[in-house]
Design a protein around this ligand. Structure first.
Ligand SMILES: NC(=O)c1ccc[n+]([C@@H]2O[C@H](COP(=O)([O-])OP(=O)(O)OC[C@H]3O[C@@H](n4cnc5c(N)ncnc54)[C@H](O)[C@@H]3O)[C@@H](O)[C@H]2O)c1
Length: 295
């Protein structure tokens, strides 16, 4: 397998720019690709802003910031990834867009180059099957914000070769992350597989009138030492996004425990999609985004 000195990150949004930042700060040459140069440059500007904040906080020297920035090159279109030693895809969560991206990358980069996807829900096996090198395709699930969250789930697709998994684990470690190996491709991998039932049960407890939403969140934050209660997290990540994931889990596992709770469907129908719109399980102050006390 090729030695990794340069990484191409495809998609310069929330996750792509975070992964590119990590790679640049860890000494890799990075090509940050989006559909047009403006979007790739916006991703670079976000990296620049976050690194400037890290310098202000004393986490980085001004020199380290300059060196990291000098390692990132914004580019338009996947062709710019041709020379990369390793590719991490972080385009939109749309299976057809991902398959088309992998098909294009497959035709472009060296046969010994690993193609990793940062999908949070889609099948690694199906994405790998869009290429002629499914043994070199692997899941690398970073968490948001990527430069802060230390976990990376490294996921086998059906045909992924163990050397490919080892290369992804190694890269994650070189990026200062802690990788865990997910030995089979399965919806939600590990973290979301465990988190989603927690959120579903929290909704059911409220629906059944056992406790208020606030008290359920207090129970989990104080009783289990979670930094955020499950219903606060539901609003934070988006009620509609959670509904999508629950519906996907239910369609794949076909088990009632994954059925989307009525509370979630009602919130989505009412347009209460969470913090991003100012209303979800809770209400938020439009000016500050802070949670308002219950009415
Ligand atoms: N946001 C999260 O919390 C989170 C966490 C873990 C994983 N993910 C996954 O990471 C991926 C990216 O999510 P995000 O939140 O960064 O999305 P985003 O919408 O912020 O960014 C996606 C970027 O991909 C670009 N893009 C779309 N098609 C492209 C193409 N063909 N070639 C190059 N660039 C293209 C878009 O222009 C956009 O800039 C998704 O698969 C998502 O499920 C997201």
């Amino acid at each position: 397998m090729r030695e990794v000195r340069s990484v191409a990150v495809i998609g310069a949004g929330t996750m792509g720019s975070g992964i590119a930042q990590l790679a640049a700060a860890s000494g890799f040459g990075v090509t940050l690709v989006d559909v047009d140069l403006g979007l790739a440059e916006r991703g670079c500007a976000n990296i620049e802003r976050r690194l400037a904040r890290a310098v202000e906080r004393g986490q980085l020297t001004a020199e380290e910031r300059e060196q990291a920035l000098a390692r990132v090159r914004p580019a338009a279109g996947v062709d710019a990834a041709a020379q990369a030693d390793f590719v991490v895809e972080a385009v939109v969560e749309d299976l057809e867009v991902k398959k088309a991206t992998f098909r294009a990358l497959d035709a472009l980069v060296g046969e010994d180059v690993v193609l990793a996807t940062n999908t949070s829900s889609m099948s690694i096996t199906e994405i790998g099957a869009a290429t002629r090198r499914p043994e070199r395709v692997v899941g690398m699930h970073f968490f948001n914000p990527a430069p802060v969250m230390r976990l990376v789930e490294v996921i086998h697709g059906y045909a992924t070769h163990p050397d490919t998994v080892a290369a992804a684990m190694d890269l994650a470690r070189r990026l200062g992350r802690t990788p865990i190996e997910v030995r089979k491709d399965s919806p939600g991998f590990i973290v979301n597989r465990i988190l989603i039932p927690l959120i579903i049960e929290a909704c059911k407890v409220v629906e059944e009138g056992l406790a208020t939403a606030e008290d359920v969140d207090t129970a989990i934050t104080l009783g289990l030492n979670h930094p955020m209660g499950p219903l606060t997290l539901l609003d934070f990540t988006g009620v509609d996004v959670n509904q999508y994931v629950m519906d996907y889990f239910f369609s794949e596992f076909r088990q009632p425990q994954y059925a989307t709770p009525r509370l979630i469907r009602e919130l989505v129908r009412a347009g209460r999609l969470g913090r991003k719109v100012g209303h979800g399980v809770y209400d938020y102050d439009p000016a500050t985004g802070r949670r308002l006390p219950p009415a």
